[in-house]
Design a protein around this ligand. Structure first.
Ligand code: NOJ
Ligand code: NOJ
Length: 712
């Protein structure tokens, strides 16, 4: 009853036929999903009526020879291939940005026409691109796609790009429209909707990354209340159309502090899963620390670029498995909700795996690793058909060929399906810890474990040599285990013998060349076990999904600390409750089943109120040396509760006009906050500004500004 009432309230503005499917999908826990990334233009042409629409004619190449024009793929095409996708075992599709894009041709350096077929040059975030939907830019085809996907048990993730509109120096000069009405453009920007700072040149400079343009793309100013409202409304419109999650483009380049409020506004409106693109190589990136601080606090998970680098190195370039093992352990120490990181082998911005190493065995090994290891796997379209085009090294745009066909019998197609089923059925895969059990340069045997459920995965990437595996221990219970993949990648069975302390010895066996084997066990009835919470922060009233197992079919209770939350729905694996009205701060959330058994706890942050982006400036904060930064700290959890640590306080702030520092922080609407600025020196020592606390009452809507002097 309560759930139906909430759904009705949230979606009451929608026409009734939509209600049936909007509330049937719980989006907040994606750990059991397998995501499939589609570049809509290059998947399947389902309707020829939209191939060369009049408002943007001439951007279509029926010969598919100009790789930078539209080739005809559309939303109807994805819809028509829904049973292919369901058979593949993917349970979520991430589609390239579907919003109305640039209408004009912009010639490239050689004078050849180019178009925004990839979707990353949005002009109207409230309409659907005419090449993807219909030529009137309506939502019909989009809605049909969402309905078909949900009917097939597939969630829909929209790629949303809040950083920019279209190119700022050609074409439409950034012109932005709100459902057809002109909002503004880059060249005539009296209202300050865009940043006018030129292109990013220093890719390690926090200020440039956020306030300069990414490759000439008109850089939106999210501090403007108009732009803030526009983006939050636009994403809400996608939620109204049934979208389950968002891949947020270029999160490293939009205003970091603003993004917390963007996420909060999505979660306040409805259930969703958010992950962003924070491009980086590995943990030696100078902004790696900023990346995990952001993932731990913003409510936005991330694409796991450091693991992507390691996967490509190990399986593509044959480096040692220690590289993957090192990234897994390092990230485990850095990311609070590491199981929400989205893992991948390749994507539309890098060469396809088979371009890097044209070896299907290695592709299968990398796929099997990604599908069974920590994080939510994402497969780039065509991987299951061994798609690649190596022209000019195979990078963008040659990594975006048309789907070559839709065979359902390839080894990769079967592999993805089987491991998707395992991810759904054995909680060790989505929720479990990940530990190394046996490693050499060619062999990696790792174990996933969630309470009594276990999966042991062995990979030998050597093309010709088998290895004798002796001295392997596992948490699998004593017994004989056949390969879950039934020998698809060369695996066979093992016997597990009696040991102690979770170390049961495995009888010595041979792991043949280029083999992946999976042995697994799912425990029976036990006390409640929590594996997931989503979102990871929210104010009183925000709905929270808790997932795991053994919750029981009849409702028990959920506690935030000692406070009992209102339950909206309860099944044995998924509970939806409402964030209670408790003091802001971090809480341990537990599930108690109807027989009073209590689960493990999972971390959640109760916010003070919905978040409003406020830009704080402190003038004349001098005497900082290289490596010293000014941070903001204050009286609520959003301001770090007076923390003085790099991870606890808000910052580092940005000094483009040194000695004045600024940053945007998302703070609780309508609250009177107390705060101060601190210097955290390179060696960690902290200097407080003097005087009384600063005080500010946060607006209840829009955006805000604070400008004060450092108190000496
Ligand atoms: C990252 C996207 O993945 C890439 O394809 C795009 O060009 C840029 N962001 C700009 O939106
Ligand atoms: C301790 C600091 O020393 C002080 O300056 C600050 O005002 C308080 N924390 C916050 O109440």
């Amino acid at each position: 009853m309560r759930k139906a009432a909430t759904c009705f309230r949230v979606f009451s503005i929608l026409i009734s036929i939509h209600l049936t499917f909007f509330c049937s999908v719980q989006a907040a826990d994606f750990k059991r999903e397998v995501i499939y990334q589609i570049m809509t233009d290059r998947f399947f042409d389902g309707s020829t009526a939209n191939n060369n629409p009049s408002q943007s004619s001439g951007l279509y190449d029926s010969t598919k020879t100009n790789w930078r024009l539209y080739w005809g793929g559309d939303l109807a095409g994805i819809q028509q291939k829904m049973s292919y996708l369901a058979g593949l075992g993917v349970t979520a599709v991430w589609i390239s940005p579907p919003v109305d894009n640039l209408n004009t041709n912009i010639p490239d350096g050689q004078g050849n026409p180019t178009a925004s077929y990839h979707g990353y040059q949005g002009r109207d975030f409230k309409k659907v691109e005419e090449h993807f939907g219909d030529t009137s830019n309506t939502w019909t085809d989009f809605d049909n796609l969402v309905t078909a996907a949900h009917q097939n048990g597939i969630k829909v993730i929209v790629d949303f790009a809040p950083n920019h509109s279209t190119q700022d120096n050609a074409g439409e000069y950034g012109a932005l429209y709100d459902n057809g009405s002109f909002v503004g453009n880059y060249t005539n920007d009296a209202n300050g909707y865009f940043h006018h700072n030129g292109n990013i040149s220093d890719w390690n400079d926090r200020y440039q990354l956020q306030y300069y343009a990414l490759f000439d793309l008109a850089d939106l100013n999210q501090e403007s209340a108009t732009i803030d409202g526009y983006l939050k409304n636009a994403v809400q419109q996608f939620q109204q159309h049934g979208v389950d999650g968002f891949r947020i483009d270029a999160i490293k380049h939009a205003n970091w502090g603003w993004e917390y409020s963007f996420a909060n506004s999505i979660y306040t409106y409805g259930d969703s899963f958010l992950f962003g693109e924070w491009y980086q190589g590995n943990s030696s990136d100078p902004l790696y620390h900023d990346s995990y601080k952001f993932a731990n606090k913003s409510g936005i998970s991330m694409l796991d670029f450091p693991l992507n680098t390691a996967i490509r190195d190990v399986f593509g370039s044959n480096t040692n498995f220690s590289e993957i093992d090192g990234v897994i352990s390092q990230e485990a120490g850095n990311f609070t909700w590491k199981e929400d990181l989205v893992t991948f082998i390749d994507n539309h911005d890098m060469t396809r795996f088979l371009t890097l190493n044209n070896n299907n065995n290695r592709l299968h090994e990398a796929l099997a690793f990604t599908l069974t290891s920590r994080g939510i796997p994402c497969i780039y379209y065509g991987t299951e058909q061994y798609l690649h085009n190596d022209t000019n090294g195979g990078g963008d745009p040659y990594n975006r060929p048309m789907m070559p066909g839709f065979s359902t019998t390839t080894t990769a197609y079967k592999l993805i399906g089987q491991l998707s089923t395992l991810r759904h059925n054995n909680p060790a895969i989505p929720y479990g810890s990940m530990g190394q059990r046996w490693i050499s340069s060619d062999v990696y045997i790792f174990e996933r474990k969630f309470f009594g459920s276990v999966a042991l995965i062995a990979v030998n990437k050597n093309e010709t040599s088998s290895y004798s595996i002796s001295g392997l221990n596992t948490s699998l219970p004593v017994g004989s285990y056949s390969d879950y993949l039934n020998g698809l990648l060369g695996g066979s069975s093992i016997s597990v013998n009696t040991g102690s302390g979770g170390n049961n010895p495995v009888t010595t066996f041979t792991l043949p060349a280029h083999t992946v084997a999976v042995w697994q066990f799912t425990e029976g009835a036990a006390a409640p076990e929590v594996g997931s919470i989503g979102p990871t922060s929210g104010q009183a009233g925000v709905q929270v999904t808790i997932a795991g197992r053994n919750f029981g079919s009849s409702a028990g209770s959920v506690k935030f600390g000692t406070t009992t939350a209102t339950i909206n729905s309860w099944t044995s694996t998924k509970i939806v409750c409402t964030t209670p009205s408790v003091t802001n701060g971090g809480y341990n959330v537990t599930v108690t089943n109807s027989s009073s058994q209590v689960s493990n706890g999972i971390q959640y942050t109760v916010l003070t109120a919905k978040l409003i982006p406020v830009t704080f400036t402190v003038n004349n904060a001098t005497s900082t040396q290289t490596g010293d930064y000014i941070f903001l700290t204050g009286s609520t959890v959003e301001l770090g509760n007076w923390s003085t640590t790099w991870d606890g306080a808000v910052g580092p702030m940005l000094p483009p006009n040194y000695p004045n520092w600024f940053l945007t922080a998302s703070v609780p609407a309508g609250q009177t906050i107390q705060f101060k600025f601190i210097k955290i020196a390179a060696n960690g020592s902290v200097t407080w500004e003097a005087g009384n606390n600063h005080q500010y009452t946060v607006p209840t809507s829009g955006t805000g500004y604070v400008n004060v002097n450092w108190q000496y």
